[in-house]
Design a protein around this ligand. Structure first.
Ligand code: HEM
Length: 159
């Protein structure tokens, strides 16, 4: 039977090297973890108009494919993204509020928020219809979304 003696073990230098490299690796990892920021903290935050523009972009694609059942998964994802933009836009202040007398501002902002909630609900209905592969219902809910856009802009967009 072969017996190894640790004192005579010839692989020590290699083991020490491996340990040193592993320590350096961990040390570098912890440094970068401390200094690097999440990507989003570098990005310029999106404003109301950016969220609206991004909704518009998804809407353009949706209108083309709303009746195509093969595209339902993609369409549902587009709607889910729109919902995130609508939820963000809801918490922002439409520039038009500055044109109003201060006594009217609170009601204006409340009405804006409610209208955006209506849009969010319509988007949820639209997403659900797409997930159920009910393209007729999806088409109907898309019309509702378009109606919210029309009425929302008429009431809350600056001239
Ligand atoms: C899917 C629905 C909607 C889409 C696709 C949409 C799209 C847009 C677009 C493309 C703009 C113009 C952005 C630019 O100037 O570059 C805009 C602006 C705006 N939208 Fe919407 N919108 C939608 C729904 C709504 C609703 C429901 C409201 C109100 C409750 C609303 C309120 C506004 C406001 C306040 C602005 C800013 C205009 C300004 O600067 O005065 N939008 N939207």
């Amino acid at each position: 039977m072969i017996r190894y003696s640790w004192r005579k073990f010839a692989g020590w230098p290699v083991l020490v090297m491996v340990a040193v490299v592993a320590c350096l690796f961990c040390w570098h990892g912890s440094l970068t973890a401390q200094t690097s920021q999440p990507a989003s903290s570098h990005a310029t935050p999106l404003g109301l108009i950016d969220h609206m523009d991004l909704m518009q972009e998804s809407l353009r694609t949706l209108k083309r494919q709303i009746l195509d059942p093969r595209k339902n998964a993609d369409s549902a994802n587009l709607v889910a993204e729109m919902l995130i933009h609508a939820a963000n836009a809801k918490q922002m202040t439409p520039p038009k509020v500055r044109d109003l007398p201060s006594a009217e501002r609170t009601d204006f902002l409340l009405a804006y928020r409610k209208k955006m909630n209506g849009l969010c609900k319509a988007l949820l209905d639209l997403e659900s219809a797409l997930l159920e592969n009910d393209n007729t219902a999806a088409h109907k809910h898309l019309e509702t979304v378009l109606d919210f856009r029309f009425k929302g802009h008429r009431e809350f967009k600056q001239e």
